[in-house]
Write a protein that binds this ligand. Sequence first.
Ligand code: GAP
Length: 488
Amino acid sequence: MSKQTDDFFKNVVSHAKEYGFVFPSSEIYDGLSAVYDYGQLGAELKNNLKQYWWKAMVQLHENIVGIDSAIFMHPTIWKASGHVDGFNDPMIDNKDSKKRYRADQLIEDKIARYEADGKTDKAAQLQADLDAALNADDLPGLKKIIEEHRIVCPISGTSNWTDVRQFNLMFSTQMGASAEDADTVYLRPETAQGIFVNFLNVQKSGRMKVPFGIAQIGKAFRNEVIARQFIMRMREFEQMELQFFVRPGTELEWYAQWKETRLKWHLTIGGNPEKYRFHDHVKLAHYANAAVDIEYEFPFGFKEVEGIHSRTDFDLTQHQKYSGKKMQYFDPEINQNYVPYVIETSIGLDRLFLTVLCNAFEEQDLSSGDKQDSRSVLHFHPALAPVKAAILPLTKKDGLPEKAREILQRLRIDYNVQYDEKDSIGKRYRRQDAIGTPFCITVDYQSLEDNTVTLRHRDSMEQERVSIAELEKIIAELVGWKNLLGAL
Ligand code: GAP
């Protein structure tokens, strides 16, 4: 990361904390690694992102419905899905610092250093060796690479390493009243399995016909070996997933369609299209016949935000096998029973949140002539902004607060709005810019005479005089979901 992008990212993180978007979890107890809390504005932004996804995926599609399955599920589900045996990361410990690392990430860091030093051939060779070792599950091979490239522990500076071992990422706990008959259950590492095991419940109760989809938003938990980059890699996070069930043989057409649909969705909120790209998976998981990531260019490089997989009939077939229950669909159009194939779209809500913050954040220089001036501003899309409008009486007297509160009462029924009478009007505008409020409504002396107010626009900082009676209509027009959904 260059100094400039490093500074930008640090500013985004500190802005998120200072203005109540994201706090480190359990901060007064020195925090809990890779766990974060969303503050008063972060919770609003997150809810708006969820709503936008839900509207776009469920509400706009006649053949997609949404569910909310439990976090705890029967433990055999994770055996059937392959998570008990295969949801692992290769880890290695440094015996001097007692720190644990992901072996592949230590090697990736080395590749990045080779690239930064202009040793591109060496970087490419190391990448190829890493891919080969990972594909072959060759743990001694990973250790050999670490030794050959003299990779040292960033804390102790030594290469006194343990062997590389597999580390299962699922959290487990006990369910049951007494220790003797307690069952080990897992905190789900993905929401997807809650959809698969409910496939027939939804299909039958909703009289769904293939092709159809089941969507879900919910928490997932992974005991990540190392946490990185703020809310990018967390131990508790949220996913928004769709499993779209299709007739076998049609899956690659649907896969291509969902790729385009999902990228378009990102671009409606994302601003610059150059910051997004597809990254095809070269090595496919054993259950997939196509897979791609939608990556976003964070200040620390292009990283996955969403995965789109053609998962074949793997999951339903596995559940059929392990549960002994049929997971088939009778297709009346072709008069056949089959296990449907599945296209999955899976987006991390927290990563999406970070893309939106990074896209929106700007330290704007407003200096003109000798006058130095600047502002921090979050250019959120108005439909996503946590606070839609701030109502600001110019002064605290002469009936202006009362008039402003009348407007507040009317707008707060439909929108999250704020009232603020403290400090100069300029300072209040800046506070609202910093939290991304698209509109400031200022009540002044003229308002008492002619029932008009000024409406200030966050991005242009331009002000217009509008009638109070028109406010609801104007705001609805500007912050309405159709501004986003209409572009899909
Ligand atoms: N059901 C498929 C699945 O879970 P995944 O690629 O492991 O696939 C999907 O995860 C998305 O979940 C990722 O694209 C990412 O946005 C998000 N995600 C995964 N692990 C995460 C973590 N530790 N912290 C935050 N988000 C994560």
